[in-house]
Ligand binder design. Structure first.
Ligand SMILES: CCCCCCCC/C=C\CCCCCCCCCCCCCC(=O)SCCNC(=O)CCNC(=O)[C@H](O)C(C)(C)COP(=O)(O)OP(=O)(O)OC[C@H]1O[C@@H](n2cnc3c(N)ncnc32)[C@H](O)[C@@H]1OP(=O)(O)O
Ligand SMILES: Cc1cc2nc3c(=O)[nH]c(=O)nc-3n(C[C@H](O)[C@H](O)[C@H](O)COP(=O)(O)OP(=O)(O)OC[C@H]3O[C@@H](n4cnc5c(N)ncnc54)[C@H](O)[C@@H]3O)c2cc1C
Length: 676
């Protein structure tokens, strides 16, 4: 029987400890889901899609994934994604990217699949950089999945510094073709997802050479495998790069060209071109060819916030059913979620998940505005969004890694088991610190922007500062934190501004002392990355406040205000030394922040389970129902952890036989020998 209490689903048969948690919530989880996912429609569609998927057996895992070999994982992810392909048009609106992401996450999980990059990195650059004619030629085929593609930019020797990519595309005037070539081993493309064994096309990034002049990285559509036999085309060497920390259901690959020819029309030429006679037509922005990377980075805050939310759903539910130790009542052990240390481990991370998702929606919208502007030839927004997304991708990936690792440790020993599945989520999320621009490199990109902005402010031109950095010119007026969120923002602005100015001044002093610009930059790099992190954290705080301000439902607004206050106090405490250093914050204020933080933990405690329930991850999505061969045991919605952990252990392939060959071949002879 199911009883609906404030629209929170209370089910008979669930672990009573979890049921009790769901009853204490002060808000409606369906309403919260609408806030998280931005609309009633999307939140509802997600539930409908999850429900529909759960009724199609072939979309479920056929075996517990952690027990599979790499080949089996790739076979399984490919089976599921192709089975899904058959059902997609019936289950989702094919033009709705959010629905598509949701259903793929339900069916595929975290381990990657041969079509993930097709949709996130092959089709988008084709859309952004391809002309109408090129869309006509490839886009429909790609969308129908007649061809499978990937994005091949990184090389064995270069990833961060794309200006130094060694793969060349030399224009041949006589044949009007580009000749793709890999001059050295270092120039092999290395890492692209789905390249190794699955793709038959790639968007390849290569240095464009015309009449011996290098025009830098450009994007080319390249067919790499025969469409019938799937064999590599002559002149192409391609394969898998081996097992990785995660994403082992995907085939990240290498790719080399031996003077491989493609037609002139394969340069993606919406914004730039090479004419028949070799004349180069410049794009409207120098870095136009990097626009696809801004797109991916703009989506990372929401994506990473979701990864962290998944790990936290597991850890918080488990913490509500795990009883160990005593507080006042010595007749019953307490839920570990009642320990302040456990709350301090998990609740700030819940707040960050919400913050990242809210911030993510804003950056996705900003990217959409940029894309529309770019289509009409206006590239003026590119620099700002490049700087912003460079910082956001770096901060959220790092903090998501921290949050997921805390979630794992919060589950004690069982967190270390693959039965928690948290290590797989961690491996998947933490890749984000590296892919789409290594974090330090991207923080230094934002730092360039901050230094230029500080220089403008110093030159007395605050009017030239964009809205994102206007605070760099604000006067320092002390604030009273008791007055609320705005005061926290002002305190953070002071901290961020001061660090940006300090780093810029240090950089200037180095140069004045005769050190070259590049060397001076390097000698200030740690301080510069600190400035970038602070600026980004301030931005995330501001988006959180904006989102909470916009909410009308009172019960939702109240609990989100608690979460936001926790976030404000946690973030400020974390960077307080910057403000204590110059006396902008007093030790009394520091004490106030700590007390506010502890009181926020107490306020959130009764809503903790419902705050993670509100993400509405299905058991399928979290891989947490052993009956369907799913296996993540700790975060099951029904909370029945222990009996399912035992089932999990019993299902281990090692337990399918009592005596293993390792014993008969090695241990037994050793023991026998010892007896002699
Ligand atoms: C039916 C639909 C189905 C949908 C199916 C969905 C499937 C979903 C399935 C499952 C869900 C599971 C979820 C799984 C999610 C995880 C997926 C994993 C995906 C992994 C993808 C990874 C992809 C990659 O990594 S691709 C490679 C990325 N590489 C990089 O990012 C390289 C980083 N380097 C650079 O970007 C550049 O080198 C640089 C920016 C660091 C430097 O470039 P440069 O040298 O050319 O420039 P300068 O430093 O000299 O700067 C000069 C100047 O330019 C400005 N600049 C630089 N970049 C930009 C820019 N992009 N835009 C604007 N301006 C830019 C810079 O600021 C400088 O300006 P100044 O004014 O200061 O001069
Ligand atoms: C899971 C995963 C999926 C990927 N998928 C794809 C894909 O689909 N397509 C694709 O093309 N690529 C892909 N990549 C590659 C990825 O984009 C690169 O690995 C990434 O851009 C980092 O570049 P790198 O490996 O050259 O690191 P490096 O630049 O060699 O970094 C090594 C160290 O050097 C430091 N460093 C480098 N330059 C600087 C600098 N200027 N200043 C200060 N420090 C510096 C870095 O901070 C880092 O600590 C993927 C990578 C991963 C992990």
């Amino acid at each position: 029987m199911t009883m609906v209490f404030l629209n929170k689903e209370i089910r008979d048969g669930d672990n009573p400890d979890l049921t009790e948690e769901r009853k204490t919530a002060t808000f409606d989880t369906n309403k919260m889901a609408e806030v998280i996912y931005g609309s009633e429609k999307l939140a509802r569609r997600r539930r409908e899609i999850s429900q529909a998927v759960s009724l199609i057996p072939e979309l479920a895992d056929s075996k517990p994934l952690p027990f599979l070999s790499r080949n089996e994982k790739i076979l399984e992810s490919t089976r599921k994604v192709t089975a899904l392909n058959e059902h997609l048009p019936r289950l989702i609106n094919m033009n709705d990217e959010d629905e598509a992401w949701h259903i793929h996450s339900e069916v595929i999980g975290f381990e990657g699949n041969p079509l993930a990059l097709h949709h996130s990195l092959f089709i988008p650059p084709l859309v952004i950089q391809g002309s109408d004619e090129q869309h006509e030629k490839w886009l429909g085929r790609a969308k129908r999945r007649e061809i499978i593609g990937c994005y091949a930019q990184t090389e064995l020797g270069h990833g961060s510094n794309i200006r130094k990519l060694e793969t060349t595309a030399t224009y041949s005037l006589s044949t009007q073709e580009f000749i793709l070539h890999t001059p050295t081993i270092n120039a092999l493309k290395w890492w692209p997802g789905a390249l190794g064994k699955s793709s038959n096309h790639a968007v390849v990034v290569a240095s464009l050479i015309i009449k011996e002049q290098n025009y830098g990285p450009h994007l080319f559509m390249v067919q790499i495998r025969d469409e019938q036999s799937h064999e590599p085309l002559p002149g192409i060497a391609v394969g898998d790069i081996g097992p990785k920390m995660a994403f082992n259901g995907a085939d990240n690959g290498f790719l080399g060209f031996n003077n491989f020819r493609i037609p002139r029309g394969n340069l993606l030429n919406r914004h730039c071109n090479v004419e028949v006679d070799g004349t180069y037509v410049r794009p409207p922005h120098d870095k136009m060819n990097y626009a696809g990377m801004i797109r991916v980075r703009s989506r990372m805050a929401a994506e990473q916030g979701t990864f962290m939310a998944q790990a936290l759903t597991i850890a918080v539910r488990y913490s509500a059913v795990r009883r160990q130790g005593f507080l006042e009542n010595k007749s019953q052990e307490v839920k570990v979620l009642d320990y302040q240390t456990q709350q301090h481990r998990l609740f700030p991370a819940i707040a960050r998940s919400y913050a990242f998702i809210f911030c993510g929606f804003e950056t996705i919208q900003k990217y959409e505005t940029l894309q529309n502007e770019m289509n009409s030839g206006n590239v003026s927004l590119m620099a700002d969004l490049h700087a912003l997304t460079s910082g956001i991708k770096s901060v959220v990936t790092y903090q998501t890694g921290e949050g997921i690792e805390q979630a794992r440790m919060a589950c004690g020993g069982h967190g270390y088991s693959m039965a928690s599945y948290i290590s797989e989520i961690y491996g998947c999320a933490i890749g984000g610190c590296t892919y789409e621009g290594e974090n330090m490199v991207m923080l230094l990109q934002l730092a360039r922007y901050l230094v230029k902005s500080v220089e403008l402010a110093m030159r007395g031109k605050p009017g030239d500062l964009g809205p994102m950095v206007a605070y760099l010119a604000y006067p320092d007026i002390k604030v009273d934190l008791v007055t609320g969120p705005e005061a926290y923002v002002k305190m953070f602005q002071h901290i961020s501004k001061r660090q940006s100015i300090k780093a810029t001044e240090k950089f200037h002093r180095k140069m004045e002392s005769g050190v070259s610009r590049d060397e001076a930059w390097n000698q200030c790099a740690v301080e510069l990355t600190r400035a970038s992190r602070l600026h980004t954290r301030l931005y995330i705080i501001e988006t959180f406040i904006r989102r909470v301000d916009s909410i009308e439902d009172l019960s939702i607004k109240m609990v989100l205000t608690d979460l936001m206050n926790l976030h404000l106090n946690y973030e400020l405490l974390d960077v307080a030394s910057y403000a204590l250093e110059d006396g902008f914050m007093s030790s009394t204020q520091m004490g106030f922040i700590k007390n506010q933080l502890y009181s926020s933990l107490e306020k959130i405690r009764p809503n903790a389970v419902s705050l993670v329930d509100s993400f509405q991850f299905s058991d399928l999505q979290l891989r947490s129902n052993l009956l369907n061969f799913l296996f993540q045991v700790l975060g099951r919605r029904d909370g029945h952890v222990y009996q399912n952990l035992f089932e999990w252990a019993k299902s281990s392939p090692l337990n399918q036989t009592e005596v293993l060959p390792s014993v008969t071949q090695y241990l037994k002879p050793m023991m026998e020998k010892a007896k002699l």
